[in-house]
Design a protein around this ligand. Structure first.
Ligand SMILES: Cc1cc2nc3c(=O)[nH]c(=O)nc-3n(C[C@H](O)[C@H](O)[C@H](O)COP(=O)(O)OP(=O)(O)OC[C@H]3O[C@@H](n4cnc5c(N)ncnc54)[C@H](O)[C@@H]3O)c2cc1C
Length: 298
């Protein structure tokens, strides 16, 4: 495979990239190549390189919600975490896909703009949070979404405007593999920001004190079924702290399946299936995965 275009445009990349080193849950095989575009033009070159060598490609942000297969990914992983920048005009904040969500919330507050505080402490990027319609405490990205500029699967640049019905629970209108370049949020002007700052910090601290960062994880493994809590069901089924080959149902939060030491992605997936089957048997409820999978699982 030729990466001449990447060399030509001085793009940061690594062949045979170890995914377990970057994934938040510390598992996964190797990607044929991982690229880190620092600008929109470099991103275009990466896509050009993938197309010209007939390689599959997949975008990612901070890798806090993707379970990579132990068999790896035979394509180009487009890591957008270095495509950063924030522009604020009036009540409109536009952030490149690689900005951390936490940083966006802080910058918004510093510019007297409020709204996203409930999402404080979610470790994702703007692109990942937009794609997943990340949310917490009754607020979602879509609550303040104004538009995203993105690249379609056939390479066209498009703007996704805010349609009221296009987002739903942890779901966005973007197709898997489309690449979000930036997202604009329309926020609420706030003259006194002390309260917003405190609120955001309170939510972030709650996560720390609630043990969310004690083990490598991908956040909630399963979506909440309508009007129910997946964590509560898993807890009631007696799985809190249950271990399987180094994967564990977190003792702190039963909807977190964590890497308690030396889990593989396959073991995490198997534990997910054990839990799903048990919940189906006990409560007649089919849990759906909230995390995303990339690559092959047996
Ligand atoms: C401790 C912990 C707590 C968490 N708490 C929450 C929570 O409260 N609420 C919540 O919703 N989530 C939570 N998460 C999950 C996760 O952080 C969010 O879903 C986050 O928004 C994912 O962002 P990311 O940049 O890490 O995306 P990644 O994991 O890199 O990618 C996730 C998905 O988004 C796609 N994607 C990423 N970037 C782009 C892009 N630029 N263009 C197109 N597609 C893209 C990927 O292809 C993949 O399908 C938590 C995770 C952890 C580890």
């Amino acid at each position: 495979m030729s990466f001449g275009i990447l060399d030509r445009d001085d793009i940061e990349y690594t062949r045979d990239y170890d995914l377990s080193g970057s994934s938040a849950i510390r598992t996964g095989g190797r990607a044929a190549v991982a690229v880190w575009p620092h600008s929109y033009f470099q991103l275009e070159s990466c896509l050009e390189c993938a197309a010209s060598s007939g390689m599959d490609f997949h975008p990612c942000g901070n890798m806090t919600n993707i379970l990579f297969s132990d068999h790896g990914y035979d394509g180009m992983l487009i890591c957008l975490a270095k495509l950063r920048g924030i522009v604020i005009k009036g009540d409109l904040l536009t952030a490149y896909a690689g900005e951390s969500l936490d940083n966006v919330i802080n910058r918004a507050i510093a510019h007297n703009l409020a709204g996203l505080e409930e999402l404080g402490g979610i470790p994702g990027s703007v692109g990942g949070a937009t794609f997943c319609n990340a949310g917490a405490h009754g607020k979602e990205i879509s609550s303040y979404f104004f538009y995203s500029d993105y690249i379609t699967l056939d390479g066209r640049i498009r703007r996704m405007p805010a349609y009221s019905d296009a987002f739903s629970y942890r779901t966005s209108p973007f197709k898997d593999g489309e690449t979000i370049i930036c997202t604009a949020f329309r926020l609420t002007p706030e003259r006194l920001t002390a309260q917003a700052r405190q609120k955001k910090e309170r939510f972030r601290t709650q996560r720390i004190e609630g043990g969310q960062y004690k083990y490598p994880s991908l956040g909630c493994f399963f979506r909440n079924p309508p009007l129910l809590s997946a964590g509560k069901l898993i807890d009631e089924a007696g799985f809190r702290g249950f271990e399987h080959k180094g994967a564990m149902v977190s003792p702190y939060h039963a909807n977190f399946i964590v890497n308690s030491g030396n889990a593989t992605s396959q073991a995490l997936y198997e534990l997910g299936e054990i839990v799903r089957n048990a919940i189906a048997r006990k409560f007649n409820i089919e849990l759906e995965y909230e995390i995303r999978f990339l690559g092959k699982f047996d």
